[in-house]
Every structure is written in C-alpha cells, then in structure tokens.
Design a protein around this ligand. Structure first.
Ligand code: AMP
Ligand code: MG
Length: 420
C-alpha cells in the first residue's frame, strides 16, 4: 500500500488519544491466592479488612514500671512517691496479679499492661530502692502505653484492591494474620522482535547483522511491571515468519502481544500488514518522539480480543513506546488502581530543540540543587542510542506546542526508577 493511502487511513493520534485506545476494554485478569511473600509486587484483587485490632492488647512502649497514674498524683522532688515492685513481666506474658494501690510491676517493652495499671514510668525516670521505686513527679494516664487497636482497628480497610504490594504491605498482611492473599494473575505478554538484520544473543555476529536488543529490554519491562514475558524470538521481515510467531504466541495463551520493528513505512515493514490480515488495526502513528510509527490493533481468538502493540524497532523507541503504552496495559490487566507514571517537576539544564508538534520524551539525569530537581540531558538523543537510556533517571516531557525548550524552564519528568 502506498504511504499516502496509509497516512490518510490512519490519522496520527495524540499520546492521550492513543492511550485511551489501548486501554479501552481492558479488564483485570482473574484472581489467584498466593503466599504473602510471593505477593510482593503483585496487585491486590480484593480489599483486605483487619480481623482484629493491632496491637491486640494495650502494651508498653518502653521498659519501665506499670503503675496507677492516680498513685503518683502528688509526687514531687521533695516528696517522691514510693511504690512496691510486686512482679516482673517480660514481653509475651500476662501479669498473674493486678497492680493494686501502692504497687507497681516491672515491665518490658511490648508486654501487656497489667490489670489495674494505666501508665508506665520509664526505668530512667525512677530511683530503685530495694523492692521499691521512688517517683519524683506525676505520671499521667496513658504514659508510654500503646493502646489496643492504635495501629489498626478491627474491621478497618487496611489494603485496598488495586494496590501493588510493597514490603510494608506484606508486613501488614503478616501482622493481621493473613498467610495468603488474593492477587490478580500475571498477564502473559508475548515479546516478538522483527527484522532480517537481527541475530540472537549467542549467535555469531555475521556481517550486516545486529543483536536482538528489544527482545530483552521489552521482556525486562514486562517483568518490571508485573507481567510474565513469553519470548517469541526473532521473526525475519517476512509475512509467513511474523504470522507464524504471532500464532505461536496465541497458542501459548498470551494476554498481550508486543512486537518491535516493522511498523514504519519501508518496503519490509510487514507487521502492519500481518496485523491487518490476521485481525484489525486500530491506529497507526502517535504524535510523539521517539515512537511515532506505533501501530495498535487486535486479533480476535475465540471471541476474545488479543491486543497487539507494534512498536518501532529502534531500541529506545521500543522502550519508550512500551513505557507509554504497554506498561499501562499491563497495569490495567493487573487491575492496578494507578496506571500513571510517577513524575517530578524539574528545571531543565540544557537546550532541547523540537522541530515539530510531537511530544518529545527526552532522556535525562536528575540531580538536586537549591532549585530542586535539575534535569540534564544524558547525551545523544538518537532513537538507537541506548547509552543515553542507560544513563537516564527519567524522561522529560517536552509538550507538543514547545519549540526549543531553553535552560531554566520547568518540565515534568517521568521517573524510570525501581518503583512504578
Ligand atoms: P524498524 O522499526 O524495523 O524500521 O527498525 C528501526 C531500527 O531499529 C533499525 O535500525 C533496526 O535494525 C533496529 N532494530 C529493530 N529491531 C531491533 C531489535 N530487536 N534490537 C535492536 N535493534 C533493532
Ligand atoms: Mg525492521
């Protein structure tokens, strides 16, 4: 098909329009129950409600003496109050006798407050005298006492459906006695690289050939965002080969297919053609740089629509396209409540020239000075320069309407860190 025909058929979409298209109709995958430690990084499929209070009983925040506040009401330097120590209570046990007027129980951090007591005087605030302690000032009710339920109340919503679980969430699940938790199944994402020039990582590098970078960087992105990569290898630029590998992905039950290369306008850009024949193309081309020739469509299998994302092949374009489109799709399949990247505002340190009305995603390194975050270009911004991606902390967003962003302007930077 002529380039003119294609460009007329598929108007270039804005990033937002394209995102709407790729996310439309995606629903969370089914839930599965897993041991909590295996749930790290997974997305909660249900709300988690606390079955009881945490802490379950009032306990002391300090090593000290459990006492009745009222007994210390008149205490002062001149006339300290004397209390008899009647027992010692380590954490993990309960007092055998109550604290009655004029007495105290020596108590260790975490031990349950004995009946009768309503406050704790720290070790260092009392003077020890045989079986007695002397207190030189009033100890108010509740001093050093951690109340039952002060962290979590029974019946409280502790973790919300759609949350991606972090180590502290795993700790919370443990403290409320949940050994297993329901999370959404990991989306299976087929990762296919296309191009006659590609050879696999361990094959000899014959003249004219390059290694398959995207098969790995895209699969690593799948892992990072909570999916399960299904490697579909390398397809040469042939209709049959691409079709065969896509079908292999379908047979392996993928939930999403990401393909790199072959979506531009060259003679050998077969992916669009295969997608149009095997399914349908939803859109082609997005007003962004890198990543313009993105193609998106569906292949319908047994009444189910398998989304297919055809990304440009340059290693940075493939990664940035993945960040902007495959990532939110994976998160939507996971039922994550937030599919947006975290961004920070930063002062741009360098000049960025933008010649057209595409949104530019520029690889930057972030440093902090008195102005807050400062974004420095990581070097050559060519779509094939992976080094500047390796160096980058994030992608600075240069809006469509800007021309030549100057040093000193504020930009939003998408963070590409360890977290979502
Ligand atoms: P394409 O989008 O197929 O026109 O490819 C654009 C550029 O990216 C070409 O220089 C390709 O050689 C390169 N490229 C395509 N796929 C890969 C890949 N999987 N790994 C590394 N480079 C690639
Ligand atoms: Mg190609």
């Amino acid at each position: 098909m002529e380039r003119r025909d294609l460009t007329a058929m598929y108007p270039m979409l804005s990033v937002e329009e394209a995102r709407e298209h790729v996310l439309a109709g995606l629903v969370p995958l089914e839930a599965e129950s897993v041991p909590i430690l295996s749930a790290l990084g997974r997305v909660l499929a249900r709300d988690v409600i606390a079955g009881y209070d945490i802490p379950p009983h009032a306990n002391t925040a300090m090593d000290g003496y459990a006492l009745r506040s009222v007994d210390t009401a008149g205490a002062s330097e001149e006339s300290p109050v004397r209390l008899r120590v009647i027992a010692e209570l380590p954490a993990g046990y309960v007092a055998e006798k109550p604290v009655v007027p004029g007495t105290t129980i020596r108590i260790m951090t975490g031990a349950a407050i004995p009946p009768g007591a309503d406050a704790v005087a720290r070790f260092e605030s009392v003077r020890l005298d045989g079986d007695y302690i002397e207190i030189a000032g009033p100890v108010p009710i509740g001093k050093e006492v951690r109340c039952a339920g002060e962290d979590v109340k029974q019946g409280a919503l502790v973790l919300k459906q759609g949350r991606r679980l972090r180590p502290q969430d795993i700790g919370m699940l443990a403290s409320i006695g949940e050994s297993e938790v329901e999370v959404t199944r990991r989306p299976r994402v087929g990762v296919l690289a296309t191009g006659d020039e590609l050879v696999s990582i361990d094959a000899p590098l014959a003249p004219g050939k390059i290694r398959n970078t995207n098969g790995y960087s895209n699969a690593a992105q799948v892992l990072k965002y909570g999916g399960e990569p299904v490697p579909l290898g390398i397809a040469s630029d042939s209709d049959e080969e691409i079709t065969k590998r896509i079908r292999s992905g379908i047979e392996q039950g993928v939930d999403l297919l990401v393909v790199s290369g072959g979506v531009s306008v060259g003679d050998f850009d077969m992916v669009k053609k295969v997608l149009a024949r095997e399914g349908e193309i939803d859109f082609w081309r997005v007003r962004m740089k890198p990543g313009k020739p993105l193609a998106f469509g569906h292949i319908t299998i047994e009444g189910r629509k398998l989304p297919v994302l055809g990304m440009p092949g340059n290693p940075v374009s493939a990664m940035v396209s993945f960040e902007m489109f495959a990532r939110p799709m994976i998160l939507a399949l996971l039922g994550a409540s937030d599919v947006e990247h975290r961004t920070v505002s930063a002062v741009l340190a360098d000049t960025i020239s933008s010649k057209d009305d595409r949104r530019h995603f520029v690889r930057v390194l972030l440093e902090e000075d008195e102005r807050g975050y400062v974004a420095y270009l990581t070097g050559d911004q060519g779509s094939g320069i992976l080094t500047s991606m390796v160096e980058a902390d994030g992608l600075a967003i240069i809006p469509e309407e800007w021309r030549n962003a100057e040093p000193g302007v504020h930009v939003q930077v998408i963070l590409l860190g360890d977290t979502l």
